[in-house]
Design a protein around this ligand. Structure first.
Ligand SMILES: [Zn+2]
Length: 64
């Protein structure tokens, strides 16, 4: 019996709680899903959102 809901699973999307977006890991390219439903790339996510919150802990999309 385990209530651990933070177990990493490769197939499930990560959620950036700071930016409010989902990152679906895919082979060769990760897909970012914005709250609006639009899909994009990690680079665009970083430019639009994550670089503005880089001083806050918890953002899962770091600069590469
Ligand atoms: Zn983020």
């Amino acid at each position: 019996m385990s209530d651990d809901q933070n177990t990493p699973q490769m197939a499930s999307p990560e959620v950036c709680t700071v930016c409010g977006v989902k990152i679906q890991k895919a082979i060769g390219r990760d897909v970012v899903i914005f709250a609006t439903g639009a899909q994009s790339s990690r680079d665009v996510l970083y430019e639009r959102v994550c670089r503005h919150v880089k001083d806050r802990p918890g953002c899962i999309n770091k600069a590469v």
